[in-house]
Design a protein around this ligand. Structure first.
Ligand SMILES: Cc1cc2nc3c(=O)[nH]c(=O)nc-3n(C[C@H](O)[C@H](O)[C@H](O)COP(=O)(O)OP(=O)(O)OC[C@H]3O[C@@H](n4cnc5c(N)ncnc54)[C@H](O)[C@@H]3O)c2cc1C
Length: 386
């Protein structure tokens, strides 16, 4: 990965935004369980940060994915995971398919406002009975005249309480599970949509999450992304950017945990010595930093190949897997060296420990990543017959 002065300028813009517009408010937002998402997204939109690798025609910067990676990395310096997650949903989870497969009309109506920060988006794939097993989802969109009529529900939907639209994966036929799905953009103010109260989460406290119910929700068929029946494939492609974004966002967040722990261990004395002087501790911190560099190399390689137009299913899945596991390892190890202070709710390592736990579950759990990697290695046994 070769970073140019333009990459560094973008990095500084994101860093300044995190320091000035996000970090001073994070404690308050985490406590409140929400943040002013429209206000924050409008500011990000004004800086162009919601459309870094989206087409210029729709207000994006038209840059390649390496710039997006730099921004995702820098957002990791936010003092929580919830706000970056909400931003990542907007830039890399609910808009890539519209950008890649959507009609010009859809892009004007939803992508352009999402890039400008005038609309908040969400992604609706998971259901109560179908998280890992995406093919098993039950929400249906049946044709009626020029419309789809949607029934069902989506679970754990990030941003949904304040979202203006949801990029929804629904069954549009009775064909085989990989061929019967379609992605549809549904405005959240459509009659028939209701939400559960906010879900009470272990971490990511400032990001808002709810269950979304669809009861005879009518949307025009022109809100479909791409051809009917291609939704599963479109969503699997959309997942690639989600997974690379997640891995990139982990890098600085974990380094920040290590750096804060080094600082703490320099100041904290036990037995007349700073904690950091214990070889067990400084060696462990060096090991963790080495692991973060390995994750960086893996993530950068996935990004480079993605830019070159190669299939990065294997590398993006590896980066997602490694990111989730390393996130747990680093936050757990670092929290330990903060002792009792680390066990306090408000402690930065305690927050990171809670927030990072999602990375091994959301967007495809570790075991799902292992299954995908096995498939690309051709070592996944076929399903046993009868
Ligand atoms: C805070 C939060 C935000 C989220 N945001 C969104 C969102 O915005 N949009 C959205 O669509 N979804 C969202 N999700 C849902 C998330 O993607 C799912 O929780 C995830 O895909 C796992 O699905 P599940 O919870 O149904 O777990 P299950 O599918 O029930 O699996 C449970 C566990 O079993 C294991 N497992 C599953 N399958 C296998 C297997 N084949 N082999 C071995 N082990 C296996 C895994 O460890 C997995 O964690 C969010 C979830 C959370 C918690």
């Amino acid at each position: 990965m070769h970073f140019t002065p333009e990459h560094e300028a973008l990095r500084k813009t994101v860093r300044d935004f995190v320091e000035k517009e996000l970090n001073p408010h994070i404690d308050e937002w985490e406590e409140a369980g929400e943040f002013p998402i429209h206000e924050v997204f409008k500011k990000l939109g004004n800086l162009g940060l919601l459309g870094i690798h989206k087409p210029e025609e729709y207000g994006g910067m038209g840059l390649d994915y390496s710039y997006n990676l730099v921004a995702a990395e820098e957002l990791g310096m936010t003092k929580c995971g919830g706000v970056p997650l909400a931003i990542g949903v907007q830039t890399d989870m609910c808009t890539p398919a519209i950008s890649r497969f959507g009609s010009d009309e859809l892009k004007r109506d939803y992508l352009a406002p999402a890039i400008a920060g005038d609309m908040v988006g969400s992604i609706g794939v998971s259901e109560v009975g179908a998280g890992s097993d995406v093919a098993g989802l039950k929400t249906s969109a049946k044709k009626d005249g020029d419309d789809y009529v949607i029934n069902g529900s989506k679970m754990w939907i990030t941003n949904s309480p304040k979202a203006d639209f949801i990029c929804l994966l629904a069954n549009t036929s009775d064909d085989k599970p990989h061929k019967n799905k379609t992605l549809i953009v549904v405005p959240m103010n459509t009659p028939g949509i209701t939400l559960s109260p906010h879900l009470n989460k272990l971490g990511m406290r400032s990001s808002e999450t709810a269950q979304v119910f669809f009861d005879d929700v009518r949307v025009p068929q022109r809100n479909r992304i791409g051809a009917e029946g291609t939704g599963f494939m479109c969503q699997m492609i959309q997942f690639q950017e989600e997974r690379m974004w997640g891995a990139a966002n982990m890098l600085k967040a974990l380094e920040n945990c290590i750096d804060q722990t080094i600082e703490y261990c320099r100041e904290r004395k036990t037995f007349g010595q700073p904690l950091i002087n214990n070889q067990y501790i400084h060696f462990r911190l060096a090991e963790l930093q080495t692991e973060v560099e390995a994750l960086r190399a893996l993530t950068y390689k996935a990004c480079e190949l993605h830019i070159a137009g190669k299939d990065v299913t294997q590398l993006a899945s590896m980066a997602k897997l490694k990111g989730g596991r390393l996130g747990r390892e680093v936050t757990d190890a670092c929290l330990q060296y903060w002792g009792g202070n680390g066990y306090m709710w408000e402690n930065p390592l305690a927050r990171a420990y809670r927030d990072v736990r999602l990375a091994s579950i959301g967007g495809g759990a570790d075991e799902i990543m292992l299954g995908i990697i096995c498939k690309t290695m051709n070592i996944l046994p076929g399903k046993q017959k009868g």
